[in-house]
Design a binder for this molecule. Structure first.
Ligand code: GDP
Length: 364
């Protein structure tokens, strides 16, 4: 599965947000044996109204949403790259995530201490980015010696690694995150394997006060500006409201949202924004037993999409009977789609599209 790491300075609302995400009724009801894997790791259901619609048409007994993992990564403070706070543990945790949800304090509350004594989310974002850049520089310098040794030993991969490490280091020394480096397609895999912290895509989460959840405030507007300039995205959320909502049942939650002038829970927006940030897509399998959503990277071919369900599906892949979501709905299910000639037999070279309803045929 795909993992988002929640980071931010202390006291910005990370745990509040994490708790809301993992305690929400949707996460609980979604049939996961372990919603919270570890105290700081939780799986959440990716909200998708299409799944409910498909299940209703097929009269599926069970609805199983696709999931995304969130990790609450505490302990980042100024100086973390030098081992202050929980420095090293923190950095190791970030290395393992696919993307970063960076929580920024945008709420004013005299009762909640800010580590720097003032509310300034843009400066907070820079503080954290600086720590991550310093940590990357340090890890590059360490790795460089090793790589040089390998090159002397005739290791060809190490030549590529050295070149990429140098590209990253140059950006970092210019005060830029490694994310800004343009990497060729043939280097993409090796680049990812470097696991640099500042290459991870970032989603800024503006944690605003309760009354500002709908439109944000002056602080979140500044974050929006910064995010746009960096090519990153942002969402506006009140972690406190989300935590309150997560304790309500769905009907109550809906009423509460309406009262607050919100059309949708902030968590749903956050999860979806994370999904987009990672260039993920959903396909569905639908039958009388269950309707289920599966996550793939955009551009995934049919056999690899099948492999998300089971390795054997990928190995023995024959074809994928494919119905586009709109056709499935318009023609009232598989039978109707079949009769209308809208069920396609797709082979190994087929790029699965978001919303496809798939049925895999495979050799065992
Ligand atoms: P963390 O250190 O980043 O995990 O922060 P916490 O989630 O523990 O929150 C720190 C404090 O800020 C707690 O007392 C929260 O109740 C409070 N807090 C979190 N979000 C909000 C918010 O949106 N508004 C207000 N007023 N307080 C909040």
């Amino acid at each position: 599965g795909f993992k988002m790491g929640i980071v931010g300075l202390p006291n910005v609302g990370k745990s509040t947000l994490f708790n809301a995400l993992t305690r929400t009724a949707a996460a609980q009801a979604a049939n996961f044996p372990f919603c919270t894997i570890e105290p700081n790791v939780g799986e959440v259901a990716v909200p998708d109204a299409r799944l409910d619609k498909l299940a209703a048409i097929a009269a599926s007994k069970e609805i199983i949403p696709t999931r995304m993992t969130f990790v609450d990564i505490a302990g980042l403070v100024k100086g973390a790259s030098k081992g202050e706070g929980l420095g090293n543990q923190f950095l190791a945790n970030i290395r393992e995530v696919d993307a970063i949800a960076h929580v920024l304090r945008c709420f004013e509350d005299g009762d909640v201490t800010h580590v720097e004594g003032r509310v300034d989310p843009v400066s907070d974002a820079e503080t954290i980015e600086m720590e991550l850049m310093l940590a990357d520089m340090e890890s590059i310098e360490k790795r460089m010696q090793n790589v040089v040794r390998k090159i002397r030993g005739g290791d060809k991969d190490a030549v590529q690694q050295e070149r990429l490490l140098k590209m990253a280091l140059q950006a970092l020394e210019n005060g830029q995150p490694a994310r800004v480096v343009d990497v060729d397609e043939e280097d993409a895999k090796a680049w990812k394997l470097l696991q640099l912290l500042t290459t991870k895509p970032v989603l800024y989460v503006c944690n605003v006060g309760e009354a500002e959840a709908a439109d944000g405030n002056a602080h979140s507007a500044k974050v929006a500006e910064m995010a746009a300039a960096q090519g990153n995205s942002h969402v506006i959320i009140s972690a406190q409201i989300e935590e309150e909502i997560s304790q309500l049942d769905p009907d109550e939650a809906e009423m509460f949202l309406t009262e607050m002038g919100l059309t949708e829970a902030g968590l749903d927006r956050l999860i979806r924004a994370g999904y987009e940030l990672l260039h993920l897509e959903t396909y569905f399998t639908v039958g009388p037993k269950e309707a289920r959503a599966w996550t793939i990277k955009q551009g995934t071919l049919a056999p690899q999409a099948a492999g998300v369900i089971h390795g054997d599906f990928e190995k023995g892949f024959i074809r994928a009977e494919t119905i586009a979501y709109d056709d499935f709905v318009a023609l009232n299910g598989e039978q109707g789609a079949k009769e209308a000639g809208k069920m396609r037999a797709e082979g190994k070279g087929y790029q699965v599209k978001d919303g496809d309803v798939l049925h895999f045929l495979f050799n065992t």
